[in-house]
Ligand binder design. Structure first.
Ligand SMILES: [Zn+2]
Ligand SMILES: [Zn+2]
Length: 158
């Protein structure tokens, strides 16, 4: 649209508004996230351990209006978060990868699984939550914000 008429301007916008693709294992579920994440959070809770099959999860939160182009109809699973608000997890019905989720407590945000970007250069998490359930062998970066449970609520922002 803008790009066709004014390629120079489009390049500038593209540099500022980087688009990243998150994709399931088989490729049938794909979403595009524009711009930079609002927050990246590493979670050690036992629900995330069971959900991912890994020792922890890393959630990349984007503003809802920056996430689009869902390629396939997803299957969903709803569970309560630690604070008692439902979270809807979207996963691929073919391969089962959990690509993104919608936390009802933070309705303007969408959580995306960092691994779905398959990008070793992806920005690192700023915080680590539920560290009481952290696997003992895992060493966290010394400058990461660490919370035994969850960070205190930020009423002004979220
Ligand atoms: Zn799939
Ligand atoms: Zn968790």
């Amino acid at each position: 649209m803008i790009g066709r008429e004014n390629p120079g301007f489009a390049q500038t916008v593209e540099a500022c508004m980087r688009t990243r693709t998150a994709r399931c294992h088989c490729g049938q579920l794909e979403i595009r996230c524009t711009g930079e994440p609002r927050k990246i959070s590493l979670c050690h809770c036992t629900d995330c351990q069971r959900r991912t099959g890994s020792a922890f999860s890393v959630a990349v939160f984007f503003s809802r209006d920056r996430v689009g182009s869902a390629r396939a109809v997803t299957r969903t699973f709803v569970r309560e978060s630690a604070r008692g608000f439902p979270v809807t997890f979207h996963f691929c019905g073919a391969c089962g990868s959990n690509v993104f989720w919608e936390p009802q407590r933070l309705p303007d945000l969408v959580g995306v699984a960092i691994g779905a970007f398959a990008d070793p250069d992806f920005p690192r998490p700023q915080q680590s939550v539920w560290t009481k359930d952290k696997h003992r062998w895992l060493e966290l970066p010394h400058d990461m914000a660490v919370y035994e449970l969850t960070p205190p609520p930020r009423r002004a922002q979220e």
